[in-house]
Design a protein around this ligand. Structure first.
Ligand code: ZN
Length: 134
């Protein structure tokens, strides 16, 4: 693990939460990006070496809709940057953590990502992410 790449926060509305986080952090978001396959719109704020990722559902069956229904708005996941996602996934599995996908998936902000099952990580949804070279 290299660093905390970002913290993902589930929100009901980017339109409402973007100005709120801009006020809190003292700067505006630097991008909004949809991930259609996951049914989310994301918004990113840079904060030091890390980022805040706001996640808004774009449809009812989105994981973010379900999360907000169950738990309300709030911290959804912590993302750790890794050098090599395939190696990191294999290591995590060897160490007894359960992966939520067999293969890395394309995520927002030019990343390959994989989540670890929160049942194996003290209830915290962990995202492993590797930057894709452009
Ligand atoms: Zn994320």
């Amino acid at each position: 693990m290299i660093k905390i790449e970002h913290i993902g926060i589930a929100v009901k509305s980017l339109e409402k939460s973007n100005p709120l986080f801009a006020k809190l952090l003292g700067k505006a978001h630097y991008k909004i990006e949809g991930v259609e396959r996951e049914g989310v719109n994301t918004s990113f704020f840079e904060i030091g070496e890390s980022k805040i990722e706001l996640l808004e559902a774009t449809r009812q069956d989105s994981p973010i809709s379900k999360y907000i229904e169950k738990k309300g708005e709030g911290i959804h996941h912590i993302a750790f940057e890794v050098d090599d996602i395939h190696k990191a996934m294999a290591l995590a599995q060897t160490l007894g953590f359960k992966l939520l996908s067999e293969e890395p998936k394309p995520g927002a902000d030019n990343k390959l990502i994989c989540f670890l099952h929160p049942k194996t990580t003290n209830g915290v949804l962990i995202e492993l992410c590797q930057s894709i070279q452009q």
